[in-house]
Unconditional design. Structure first.
Length: 128
């Protein structure tokens, strides 16, 4: 997280492109569940998976700690299911994830998200 001060106002900004940040012991991962929901969690593992969880595909990740995870959870609070780490894949969250996967050159994740976006747009077009 970076704090920006412009014209006397400050704002906390989470980086989309993290290649210049120092390494951290933990990272925030964004996963796509088999149910079509997004999981935003924290891990020390490279794979992003912990035992006993619902299967998901890791889309992307950013270095971060519990405070950073809480910021992402707050950012997408309207999409959140209760107090879980699962979120409805809203248009806003989908576009943010697409931006991150493109920036991180995660081709497979980008293609999955592009497919979801295409199907979403096609269904809206068909309904119109």
């Amino acid at each position: 997280m970076t704090t920006i001060n412009m014209h006397g106002a400050t704002a906390d900004v989470l980086p989309l492109f993290t290649d210049t940040l120092p390494p951290r012991a933990t990272r925030i991962y964004f996963g796509l569940g088999v149910n079509g929901q997004c999981k935003i969690g924290i891990t020390k593992r490279k794979s992003g998976r912990r035992g006993g969880e619902m299967h998901f595909m890791e889309l992307c990740s950013v270095p971060g700690d519990r405070a950073d995870e809480a910021l992402y959870h707050a950012k997408y609070a309207k999409e959140r299911f209760g107090q879980t780490e699962w979120f409805r894949l809203s248009d806003r969250l989908l576009m943010d994830l697409l931006t991150m996967t493109i920036g991180q050159r995660r081709a497979q994740s980008t293609e999955v998200l592009k497919g979801l976006l295409y199907r979403r747009l096609q269904s809206r077009n068909d309904a119109a």
